[in-house]
Design a protein around this ligand. Structure first.
Ligand code: SF4
Length: 466
């Protein structure tokens, strides 16, 4: 009998066959996605690390370098492996292969060290990339299938009962339970692979910090939080004192400059003055990196006050202030202590953000938790266990024991489609792993379906699970 995750993988691939590989990983590929997001995905290794160049050579990225915040190529100090040799230099990512010449890089000496040109579109007639010194640059054409599926936009399927609810209702409880467990294990494995790839690329501490930032971005702001953590890496922030660090986070995020003093409460003015006192000294160096105020980088509309990105940024600041304690249980699997880790997260405090929802809000009547119980659960599900289970498989049982997250719109939507709004859904939502299994099925089938369930193969193939 294969392990549950293998069984789910086999089931999933048997159901969808080769179409799994062909599904576009991003709707509106390359057209509506801001360049900033693409650069962030590249830098996080979401496109992978091994590629075939346009002229058919195999290359591997050994070092993704530094995301450049000055004029010049996008990533500097990178290393590639090509034909057994290491090539060091810079990488440029453009939406279109022709952008190299359109933007004048071919005549710009700042681009002389570029060793790899990445692009998402290329014209039929081949265009070459050449530096000012007439050196030909390797080219890689990035395609949607390279992108890992978790980089897809977070969507929600229609809120209604699906066609699979009937066979699921008639399936023995144990079979539904084992299906959800297998899907949950498969989901955890995929998260682990992604996280460990990040560890290999950027080190364990940076990978943990980046994943924590993404988890604090909640559903709608994961990408801008990831970009912030990539552009302001841990090693940069930990060298600063608390005020400098916080002014960088709020300055680069654009929040500091988008608030007018006269619109704020007296306490907030004091806080803003403190941040500005160091931000103005650093602003010029980071000017290129300010998240653009004219682009909808942050999604604020519809966010609950507790999930407002300003408040979550305050929580990230508190995480950094207590970095040693936060990271200690994750440093190595032998140091893991779930209760201690959760307590550290729940106990985080901040002089300003423990009392405020946003920079424009009046102080709250009572102290607010910076990270609440359900966010801590999400951090366990998306960071701690994906990091640690591959290092000690016994932790899978510990993971299985975690109680369900109380409030998650996506889980509610998935349960409604698969089971209906009746009690059957509750039966399979007592534990976090069951919710994760539900989400996996929902993402693999419901989010891929555009036939209102009619052509979805899941209901018929469910018999195979029994
Ligand atoms: S799309 Fe498939 S899995 Fe989703 S509700 Fe419809 S039948 Fe069920």
């Amino acid at each position: 009998m294969p392990a549950p995750a293998d069984r789910y993988r086999e089931f999933f691939h048997t159901v969808l066959g080769d179409s799994v590989a062909e599904r576009p990983a991003l709707k509106h590929w390359g057209q509506s996605m801001p360049e900033l997001d693409l650069q962030s995905l590249w830098y996080a290794g979401e496109f992978g690390t091994e590629f075939t160049t346009v002229d058919g050579q195999r290359l591997a990225i050994r070092d993704f370098g530094v995301w450049n915040h000055a004029a010049g190529p996008d990533f500097t100090g990178c290393a590639l492996q090509l034909n057994g040799k290491t090539l060091k230099g810079d990488i440029e990512l453009d939406p279109d292969a022709r952008d190299w010449e359109r933007h004048g890089h071919g005549a710009n000496p700042n681009y002389e060290q570029v060793v790899l040109h990445l692009f998402l579109h290329q014209p039929e007639a081949r265009v070459f990339t050449r530096t000012a010194g007439h050196r030909e640059v390797l080219q890689v054409y990035l395609t949607p299938d390279m992108l890992k599926s978790n980089a897809r936009p977070q969507l929600l399927a229609e809120a209604r009962l699906g066609r699979c609810s009937t066979p699921l209702r008639h399936m023995p409880e144990a079979a539904v339970g084992s299906l959800l467990e297998a899907a949950a294990q498969y989901r955890l494995q995929r998260k682990s692979e992604r996280l460990h790839a990040l560890v290999r690329l950027h080190g364990r501490e940076q990978a943990v910090y980046q994943s924590l930032a993404a988890a604090l971005g909640y559903r709608n702001n994961q990408r801008p939080f990831t970009i912030l953590a990539q552009r302001l890496p841990l090693r940069t922030l930990l060298k600063r004192d608390a005020t400098e660090r916080e002014s960088l986070l709020f300055g680069v995020s654009g929040f500091l400059e988008s608030v007018r003093y006269e619109d704020t409460e007296p306490e907030t003015r004091t806080y803003l003055r403190q941040l500005w006192s160091t931000w103005w000294k650093q602003r010029e160096a980071y000017a290129e990196w300010l998240l653009p105020p004219n682009q909808p980088v942050w999604q604020i509309a519809g966010a609950r006050p507790g999930n407002h990105p300003q408040r979550r940024l305050g929580a990230l600041s508190a995480v950094l202030e207590n970095w040693k304690q936060v990271f200690a249980p994750l440093r190595e699997v032998a140091a893991w202590d779930r209760k201690r880790f959760v307590k550290i997260l729940l106990d985080l405090k901040h002089d300003y953000w423990s009392q405020h929802y946003t920079l424009l809000a009046a102080p709250a009547a009572k102290a607010l938790a910076l990270i609440g119980a359900s966010r801590a659960q999400e951090i366990l599900a998306n960071l701690a266990y994906p990091l640690l289970v591959p290092e000690d498989e016994r932790l899978w049982m510990d993971y299985k024991d975690l109680p369900a997250v109380l409030d998650n719109q996506k889980v509610r939507r998935a349960a409604l489609r698969l089971f209906g709004a009746e009690t059957t859904a509750d039966l399979f939502q007592k534990r976090l792993f069951q919710q994760q299994g539900l989400l996996q099925i929902y993402e693999d089938y419901c989010l891929e379906d555009d036939s209102s369930c009619e052509d979805c193969p899941f209901p018929e193939r469910l018999k195979q699970w029994q």
